[in-house]
Design a protein around this ligand. Structure first.
Ligand code: G3H
Ligand code: 13P
Ligand code: ZN
Length: 325
């Protein structure tokens, strides 16, 4: 039997986004696959009083189990309420890169408050058709929907694109009107993963395209995927303790900060968390080879993640302090 997200204490992204657009900040969308990542997200966002989007990919759902995800999200709300001494930060549960109508329906019936339908690899009219179908279903359940126009370079789940296909400003008004989406993911130079650019390249977000898009759909919530900055200290730490991450390069945090001040109201970060976790685990395993209690390496990994997420909310996205707007 299905469950509605409100029964789990979750919210959809509608109010979050209108506040973020007006307030000049972006809501963090942090991916999670396991308990420690979820704990770190909730601890960080509760401490800095930020709204948050718990983001689950198709792969994460398969990894952690769909039933567990439902109860993890419900547990996250109760945990955040404890941390907030009775007051819970706004928490949405979002499907990242949904690739079919059926997957979106399944997530909605298991308590997701928001879904992404990623038709960005389809021809334009097919993207519209699929996205519209998801929107019509989701809105009957008051679930918000993110669509995507343009293709990011890098890997999106199983789909790999060699080069960016920037979002065409000319298409955004037509796409948002005809589909009815609540937010739009765009491609302006960010990309997925830890290897976004080659050494010597100058990674720049195309803020000029973002501004053109904003002119066509003023105040409409924009989403930026692939927004990890790949901090070089974390890459170095991974490599110091046995990792082999060669030429891992991301987008500078000041550029993400700049975009977050505009209509960009959701910023997706996954890879930086993976790096923080892996660096911390590698350090423990390399320096304390006698340890075999998972809490002794997953605990420090969780702490490192929490610090990373707090930093992102405060210094990069500007979402800290906006939980009760
Ligand atoms: O954009 C993709 C996210 O980082 C999720 O990655 O599909 O490996 O869980 P995943
Ligand atoms: P990163 O790989 O840059 O963290 O992007 C994550 C993302 O876009 C999830 O949808
Ligand atoms: Zn993404």
């Amino acid at each position: 039997m299905g469950v509605k997200y409100t029964e789990l204490g979750l919210v959809n992204t509608r109010a979050m986004f209108s506040k973020a657009v007006n307030g000049g900040y972006a809501v963090p969308a942090y991916n999670f696959n396991n308990l420690e990542q979820l704990q770190a997200i909730i601890q960080a966002c509760s401490e800095v009083e930020s709204p948050v989007i718990l983001q689950v990919s198709k792969g994460a759902r398969q990894y952690a189990n769909q039933t567990l995800h439902k109860y993890l999200a419900q547990g996250a709300v109760q945990y955040a309420t404890e941390l907030g001494k009775g007051r819970c930060i706004p928490i949405a549960l979002h499907l990242d890169h949904g690739d079919s109508f059926e997957l979106c329906v399944d997530c909605i019936s298991s308590g997701f408050s928001s879904v992404m339908i990623d038709g960005s690899h389809l021809p334009y009219e097919q993207n519209i058709e699929l996205t519209k179908k998801v929107v019509e279903y989701a809105h009957q359940h008051d679930v918000t929907v993110e669509g995507e126009l343009g293709v990011l370079a890098g890997i999106e789940d199983d789909v790999q694109a060699a080069a960016h296909v920037y979002t065409q400003p000319d298409e955004v008004e037509d796409f948002t009107k005809r589909t009815g989406v609540d937010s739009l993911a765009i491609s302006i130079g960010t990309s997925h993963g830890a290897f976004k650019f080659k050494p010597g390249q100058n990674p720049e977000i195309r803020l000029d395209i973002l501004r053109e898009i904003e002119k066509r759909i003023p105040g409409f919530p924009i989403v930026m995927h692939g927004s990890s900055s790949v901090p070089q200290d974390l890459v170095a730490k991974c490599n110091k303790y046995g990792g082999k991450l060669k030429d891992a390069i991301g987008i500078a945090e000041h550029q993400i900060r700049e975009a977050s001040k505009s209509a960009v109201c959701k910023v997706n970060i996954d890879s930086d968390g993976r790096l923080a976790m892996t660096a911390a685990i590698r350090e423990v395993l390399a320096t304390k080879p006698e340890e075999f209690d998972p809490r002794k390496y997953l605990g420090p990994a969780r702490d490192a993640l929490r610090e990373l997420y707090k930093h992102k909310c405060v210094e990069v996205l500007g979402s800290a302090g906006h939980a009760w707007d």
